[in-house]
Design a protein around this ligand. Structure first.
Ligand code: SF4
Ligand code: SF4
Length: 251
């Protein structure tokens, strides 16, 4: 009994020393500034981080041009973050036409990135969600090359106003300004419905437009199929019998 107690004490002491040795090693590395980390606790957001570790798992980015809409990421995501749609081109190749990630649900586990067979999905080291801060992104569809564009509060208001205005109604100056801030390759890069970046009305409008496009496409496909069926039916119909006078014997 006493021996078991001493053994427990010994085990406790040795595991404590092992743990403290690991903690001490990391503390020394941090003090020496190794490993991209800093030992100083920063008062975020007043003191934003100056360096972000290479292995930081930040906001997701999908290179939509490489995405094959296989839904592997969707299936593996534990919190159901994704909404995606694909469209086939004239060569029957599928392209991503909508790819929304609800970052308000994401727990940054990285499972989706591991599951992606085309490596189109990656985690950036961006973490900021306030669009007025340096390094913030994803307020509107943006590419990774636009990470350095900083939004001031007035920018946010202008973006919100301009992004709701049809492009044909924008002035040349507004159009240039907008193009410098929004990814011109399309609105499917990343969506932020869950974060209030779009208002519920904006989301309803975007969804209604998408639904209308889908219905128009379905109607056109049906009309084309009906026309093809009618043409095939006409071609397969037997030739009409000759008029009775043509076949009658001459008297
Ligand atoms: S990181 Fe995790 S929670 Fe976030 S979208 Fe990917 S699988 Fe879902
Ligand atoms: S797993 Fe990759 S290729 Fe498949 S849908 Fe997701 S992002 Fe696209």
């Amino acid at each position: 009994m006493i021996l078991a107690w001493i053994d427990d004490l010994w085990n406790g002491a040795t595991t404590f020393v092992t743990g403290m040795r690991t903690t001490g090693r990391f503390l020394l590395e941090n003090l020496r500034g190794e490993g991209g980390a800093s030992s100083i606790t920063r008062q975020y957001p007043e003191q934003p981080a100056e360096t972000i570790g290479d292995r930081q798992r930040g906001h997701l980015h999908n290179d939509a041009a490489r995405c094959i809409v296989c839904h592997a990421c969707d299936r593996v995501c534990p919190v159901d973050c994704f909404k995606m749609e694909g469209e086939r081109d004239e060569n029957n190749k599928i392209h991503c036409s909508r790819f929304d990630i609800d970052l308000s649900k994401c727990i940054y586990c990285g499972l989706c990135v591991r599951a992606c067979p085309t490596d189109s999905l990656s985690m950036t080291n961006a973490f900021e969600l306030d669009p007025r801060r340096d390094g913030a992104r994803f307020l509107f569809p943006r590419s990774s090359g636009q990470l350095d564009v900083r939004f001031e509060e007035s920018d946010v208001e202008r973006l919100q106003r301009l992004s709701r205005t049809p492009r044909t109604e924008l002035s040349a100056e507004d159009r240039t300004w907008l193009d410098g801030r929004i990814d011109p390759t399309g609105p499917h890069l990343i969506g932020m419905y869950g974060l209030g970046y779009y208002s519920p009305e904006e989301k309803a409008r975007v969804d209604a437009e998408r639904e209308a496009r889908k219905k128009a496409k379905d109607a056109a496909t049906k009309a084309e199929a009906a026309a093809k069926a009618a043409a095939a039916k006409a071609a397969a119909a037997p030739a009409s019998p000759p008029p009775a006078s043509e076949g009658a014997p001459k008297t």
